[in-house]
Each structure stands twice: as C-alpha cells, then as structure tokens.
Write a protein that binds this ligand. Structure first.
Ligand code: 5AD
Ligand code: SF4
Length: 453
C-alpha cells in the first residue's frame, strides 16, 4: 500500500536493506515513509540509489557481522559515486554508535531505532553539505512509536495484511539479550491512536492486522488499557477478519489476555508465539526469564483450556552458559510435551554489555552446535507428525504471493499460521478455501475448493 504521495520536489531515490525481526521490517516501512514524504522514491536496487539505509539487527553476533560484510559491498558503489549517502540504522547502530565510523569511515550517519524521527532533517542537511559532517543519533526518543501512521509505506506483497506497532522497547533484563540496550525501556502507544490506524487500514481493504512489540503483551496505555482491551476493541472494527500479536512474554500472559483471545475468536487467530528459551528451570533462572518450566506449562494449559484448537510457536536458545546435558534434555522433553508447530532455535551468542558475559560459558562451541542439531531433528519429527494431521481438512488461507520455491504456485497462511502452497487462479491478499492434500514438516499442499472472497 502506498503512503500519501509527496508534494515535495523529487529528491532522488532511496534503497533500504532490512535484517531481523518484524519490528525491523515495520521500522523500514516507516523509514521509507519519511523519505517518501521528503520527495524520494524507491530505487530498484542499491546500485541506483542516492540514499542507502541499512536497517540492522544485533540480536546475535552473526547478524551484526553480516551488516559489516554488506557494507563492504556498498562501499564499492560509493567509490564510483561519492555523493551517495549511507546511513546505518537499527539495533547495530544503537549498539555500536561512533564505532561504526571506525570500521566503515564511508558511512555518513548512524541512527538508532528510537531516534528515526530525525531522518528527514539528517538527510536534508547531509545532502546540502559540501563537506559532510557525520552524525550519530542514538537518543531514546518516542520518534518511532509516534510516527504519523498515514506516512507508513507498507512494502508487503499486498495490502490485506499490515503490522501495527503498539509498544516498543523492553523492561525485562534477560541475561543474554541485547534488546533492552538497543531499543530502550517500554513505551506504549495510546489505544485510541492504535484503533485509528486499524480503522484507517480497514477502510483501505486490510483485513489482517498483526500488533507488534518486543513484549507485546506488556502493553498498557496511559489510560490503563491493556492488550485485552485492545483485542476486544480491534476485533470490533468493521472489516477486520484476523488479528495476531507478537512477541509475547510468558510471564505477562495474563488471564485477562487469554480470556480476550478466547472471547474474540475467530478474529483473534488461534496461534501464539510464546518463546520459552529453555525447558530447564535452572537455566531459565540463569537467563532471568521470570518463570519456571512448570509455570510456563501452566500458561500453555490455560490457553488450551480456553481455546482448544490453539497452536504454539517458540524460540529456544541452546548452549546457554551453565546448561548441562540434563538441562538440555529438559528442553527436549518440553518440546515433546508442548508439541510446537514452529520453533526458532539458536546457539547462544555472547552479546556486548549483557549480564550473561559474567557467567562462565562452559559449553564448548561444538557442543552447542551438536545440541542445536539434535533439537532441530526432534522438532522436525514433531512438526512432521503435526502437519500430517491437516491432510483432508479444509482451511482458509490469506494469499501472500507466489511461492518462494516455485513461482508458478501460490503461498498463503491459515489462521493457525500454517503455510499452504497451492496452484490455481487467485491474487495476493485474497482469502481462499483449500483442502489439504499433502504435508511436509514446514508447509502444507492445498487444493482450491471455492473462493471465499
Ligand atoms: N544468543 C542466541 N539467541 C538469542 N536470542 C536473543 N538473544 C540471543 C543470544 N544472545 C534469541 C531468543 C529470542 C530470539 C529473537 O533470538 O531466542 O527469543
Ligand atoms: Fe530480550 Fe528478554 Fe526483552 Fe525478549 S523479554 S526482548 S528476550 S530482554
């Protein structure tokens, strides 16, 4: 969906490269919107851009390093066209600040995720200067969350689905996590503003909304409205057919939110991403997650009691410092017990400034890799079994676009977040009824029944 056309003079073209989570993807939609409002248009590739923004992720070391290797490639473009403006935004920008100039002196500005409001001014100034004065802006402001929503340039394949930020930052202090440093403490958007955006999207034909936040279920606006009130209110907006929210913190999954999810069925989708990180209470304590294995499982049970068809996704870190084989076995047993439909798993990666650096990391790198492989093999077999249960059932999918592996086919998602691949006449953004005919651990194959819309 395009944002409002700009009434400014054409300024040139921008290109944004994005790494990381949905939050970053959505921040890029805001960065694009700010540049568009300034009179810029989108370039097809970095090669023909006047402004290049790298919206970076620093959650694990690999992601941060990838940014520096990509910068090397962009440097070659700048060698050919010295007037090119390069900005590093996102979490690496916040984390590294000035240090980015030392490793990549051709970068023109560095801007953290909570200070993106100054983007238009920074770009204007730098492009006007004959001798550019490089800047770092890593102040924690409310810029991003207060972004005027009619300027957001949503870049998804269709306008039927949209991300909407409701909370930014994180007040937890999980000992492995860099997010509280890069995104600061929680800030919340007033519910009336969130609803105004939801209504405006619905009027433009959006019928699936995903509320975003690092700890989305910690949402509490200045009037005291929580995610529970928001789910009730948003599910009543005419035209909205699917609501999701991510990512939830298990310790903040309140009865009120669970009740709201059940009461707002089927608009609130029966799928929840609820990262557990580890199945061992000892490790959870060392991670400072604020719940035990038992308490987590109680939440899963409480959700299943209210919403029998609910399915879950999770995140796991293996090889956290102090994790024993016995602890790891507890994680495997938790996977068997919950039976997640999706699981993002990672080997622990030490991050600058986090409390886990003070723990002795007694799990060798090979052991981490080996545990990760064992965990992924188990999860694959669980998913294989769970996916097979869909065969013969009829589902409704929101069509996302051509399949990544075969452009002749379509891909879509069910309310339970299952990916379904199918052939036939349709278009991105449509809802289709499909019968499931085949399954793999990661996707389903469907056959069109009758179109819903
Ligand atoms: N090492 C490995 N994985 C991490 N995650 C966050 N920080 C780290 C780290 N230091 C994982 C967690 C989180 C997901 C987004 O990334 O599982 O839920
Ligand atoms: Fe990181 Fe923990 Fe906050 Fe999630 S809840 S963003 S893992 S500190």
């Amino acid at each position: 969906m395009a944002g409002n056309a700009s009434d400014k003079q054409p300024q040139g073209r921008y290109y944004i490269e994005t790494w990381g989570c949905q939050m970053n993807v959505h921040d890029s939609e805001k960065l694009a919107g700010s540049l568009h409002a300034e009179g810029y248009t989108k370039a097809e590739s970095a090669e023909d851009a006047d402004v290049i923004l790298l919206n970076t992720c620093s959650i694990r070391e690999k992601a941060a390093e990838k940014m520096f290797s990509d910068l090397g490639r962009i440097r070659a473009i700048k060698n050919r066209r010295p007037e090119l403006l390069i900005g590093v935004c996102g979490c690496v920008a916040q984390q590294e600040g000035e240090a980015i100039f030392r490793r990549a002196p051709y970068v023109d500005f560095v801007m953290g995720p909570r200070s993106t409001g100054s983007l238009p001014e920074t770009v204007r100034r730098l492009r006007g200067e004959t001798v550019r004065k490089r800047t770092v802006d890593t102040e924690y402001r409310r810029d991003s969350i207060e972004f005027p929503f009619d300027r957001i340039r949503r870049e998804g394949p269709h306008s039927a689905k949209a991300f909407v930020t409701i909370i930014e930052g994180c007040n937890h202090r999980c000992t492995y996590c860099i997010v509280p440093t890069t995104r600061g403490r929680e800030v919340y958007r007033p519910m009336d503003q969130v609803l105004a955006e939801v209504r405006s999207l619905a009027e433009r034909g959006t019928y699936e909304i995903e509320f975003l936040g690092q700890t989305v279920n910690a949402y509490r606006d200045p009037e005291g409205n929580t995610l529970a009130e928001l789910l009730h209110a948003a599910s009543e907006v005419e035209g909205i057919r699917r609501l999701r929210f991510t990512t939830s913190h298990p310790a903040q999954m309140t009865d009120a939110i669970m009740d709201a999810m059940a009461a707002c069925r089927p608009i609130v989708c029966p799928y929840l991403h609820l990262p557990v990180q580890s199945g061992s209470t000892e490790v959870l304590k060392a991670m400072r997650r604020g719940y035990t294995r038992e308490r987590y499982l109680e939440k899963i049970e409480a959700l299943r009691a209210r919403i029998p068809q609910i399915t879950f996704g999770t995140d796991i870190i293996v090889g956290f410092p102090t994790e024993t084989e016995e602890d790891f076995q507890q994680t495997l047993s938790l996977l068997r017990e919950v039976e997640y439909d999706s699981c993002y798993s990672f080997a622990y990666s030490p991050r600058p400034g986090t409390a886990s650096l003070e723990l002795v990391d007694n799990v060798p790198q090979e052991e981490k890799a080996e545990r990760l492989a064992r965990l992924q093999a188990l999860q694959k077999s669980i998913q294989e079994r769970r996916q097979r249960r869909w065969i013969g059932r009829e589902v409704e999918v929101l069509v996302e676009g051509p399949s990544k592996t075969n452009a002749e086919r379509w891909t879509g998602r069910t309310p339970e977040n299952r990916v379904v691949i199918f052939d036939g006449e349709t278009a991105p953004g449509r809802l289709e009824r499909l019968e499931i005919v085949e399954s793999t651990p990661f996707s389903l194959r469907g056959r069109q029944v009758t179109p819903v819309s």
